[in-house]
Design a protein around this ligand. Structure first.
Ligand SMILES: Cc1cc2nc3c(=O)[nH]c(=O)nc-3n(C[C@H](O)[C@H](O)[C@H](O)COP(=O)(O)OP(=O)(O)OC[C@H]3O[C@@H](n4cnc5c(N)ncnc54)[C@H](O)[C@@H]3O)c2cc1C
Length: 448
């Protein structure tokens, strides 16, 4: 066993793990990083086995709001970059900060064990390595959740995580179950390529177009004044109504929640395909029989392929027992700090109404300063320890997110940023500032 209580172990080299690595480098915190795949990029690499990514996927948050801190996406990128561009951008980030040097690729972490006041990490080659801290950054979309569908079905039933290309839809009658962002994208692929395209929904959704008056919707919302949600909701609702009309005309149920009370569904093509009759909405599935799907309203359809875009169960399989799980989500202070187990962190275990990469950077900045203080300023670290143990801030920003497991620990980006600032002030830590991440290599633009 290698000894290294002064070292940190980062598990995963997707966007979150890379963000942690850059933050540790900046403060000179020694770390090792393990990635089971052959390169960085996480889910954005279509060759990473088990990725939920599909060929037609694009970012749903826009270019200007979505980059890592101090490493903006290049101007040559479109407003909503494709998965290929996001992968290239993420890899260029790793190259710019020379993060690959500390990553052991093709190496999965199989287990993490608490030993005295440190951690022992077991790799898939059976070797064991000692660390003072562990950052779990292995993502939330690797364990597909399938609905319980009853009946014998002659066709094919799969989870959307196995879907890659619209060519799979040629000559087939397709039912997509679920209308999250992936479900909506895949339904649009089916609308353009399948013989029949149907979507089964349990509830109504507010569909937000990707542009409002030619501006990416998230930028449009950021540019305006920050309004209280009681004002923002009706204003945006009225705007959507003006732009799209009444979506119940196309069979979508009336939403049972107000705008912004669920994770936003951003899609400009779905309404177009509904308007052109290329995709049709159906209610919940009652049962399957032979080549038929019966819906709860009694209607039936002939279907060849049922694709379940029904989400993912979160898991941290190599360290499951060290996390307290509530409604399928780990209970982590500020979505990152394990309350019971010192120096065990989760990074990326957050559902938020904003883009993710800069959020990872803010959290990585906190983890790095906490670890730095443990060595150089124990009083600051001890103050933060007390906050981890007792502080339970409300991160909803006053928005009443719907009562579903997914939304029970959902975070409002404005409230989250305010809370992180409060914490930094209380402990005396610094915010992210432009230019703070010196690049070992000359700054390079990302090839577009
Ligand atoms: C279709 C889709 C669209 C999205 N669009 C956006 C968007 O527009 N904007 C946005 O900000 N976010 C978006 N997201 C969120 C997305 O999750 C993040 O962009 C990001 O990829 C999450 O990064 P991560 O590093 O936490 O996880 P991942 O990308 O899942 O990376 C985790 C890494 O850990 C590795 N790993 C797993 N287990 C082990 C192990 N035991 N040992 C070693 N390595 C391991 C994996 O191989 C992987 O490389 C989208 C997600 C999906 C699915």
């Amino acid at each position: 066993m290698t000894a290294g209580r002064e070292r940190v172990c980062v598990i995963g080299a997707g966007p979150a793990g890379l963000s942690a690595a850059r933050a540790f480098r900046r403060l000179g915190i020694p770390y090792d990083q393990y990635e089971r795949h052959s390169d960085v990029g996480g889910i954005w690499d279509l060759d990473n086995p088990g990725t939920p990514m599909y060929e037609s996927a694009h970012f749903i948050s826009s270019r200007k709001t979505s980059g890592f801190f101090d490493f903006p996406m290049p101007d040559s990128f479109p407003d909503y970059p494709s998965n290929r561009l996001i992968l290239r951008y993420t890899r260029d980030f790793a190259t710019a900060y020379r993060l690959r040097e500390s990553i052991r690729f093709r190496t999965a972490v199989d287990g993490v064990e608490r030993v005295d006041d440190g951690w022992v990490v077991t790799l898939d080659d059976g070797t064991r390595h000692e660390y003072g801290a562990v950052v779990c950054a292995t993502g939330t979309t690797w364990a597909p959740r399938m609905p319980a569908l009853s009946g014998d079905f002659a066709g094919e039933i799969r989870h959307s995580s196995t879907y890659r290309s619209p060519l799979e839809f040629r000559g087939r009658r397709v039912l997509v179950v679920g209308l999250g962002n992936s479900g909506a994208d895949i339904a649009c692929d089916a609308a353009a390529h399948a013989d029949t395209a149907l979507v089964s929904v349990r509830r109504g959704y507010h569909v937000i177009p990707k542009h409002v008056f030619g501006i990416p919707s998230d930028e449009f919302s950021e540019r305006g004044p920050t309004l209280p949600s009681r004002l923002e909701q009706p204003l945006f609702r009225a705007l959507l109504r003006l732009l799209q009309g009444d979506l119940t005309r196309y069979g979508l149920p009336t939403p049972d929640h107000r705008l912004f009370e669920t994770h936003p569904l951003l899609n400009s093509q779905l309404v177009h395909h509904l308007q052109h009759g290329d995709v049709a909405i159906r209610p919940d599935v009652a049962r399957l029989a032979d080549s038929h799907v019966r819906f709860v309203d009694g209607s039936t359809e002939e279907v060849d392929l049922v694709l379940c875009a029904t989400g993912y169960d979160w898991s941290i399989p190599y360290a499951e027992k060290y996390f307290d799980w509530r409604d399928g989500r780990p209970d982590l202070y500020l979505t990152a700090f394990n309350r019971r187990h010192h120096n065990l962190f989760g990074l990326g275990y957050i559902e938020i109404n904003s883009s993710a990469y800069a959020v990872f950077d803010h959290v990585s900045n906190l983890i790095a300063q906490y670890l730095h203080d443990q060595v150089h300023s124990p009083d600051g670290a001890a103050r933060f320890d007390r906050m981890i143990a007792s502080d339970r801030p409300d991160l909803s920003g006053g928005i009443r997110f719907v009562n579903s497991p997914r939304h029970r620990s959902y975070v409002d980006a404005h409230a989250y940023r305010r809370q992180l600032a409060r914490v930094r002030d209380r402990v005396g830590w610094t915010d992210l500032t432009p230019g703070m991440f010196a690049r070992p290599t000359a700054p390079r633009g990302v090839r577009a």
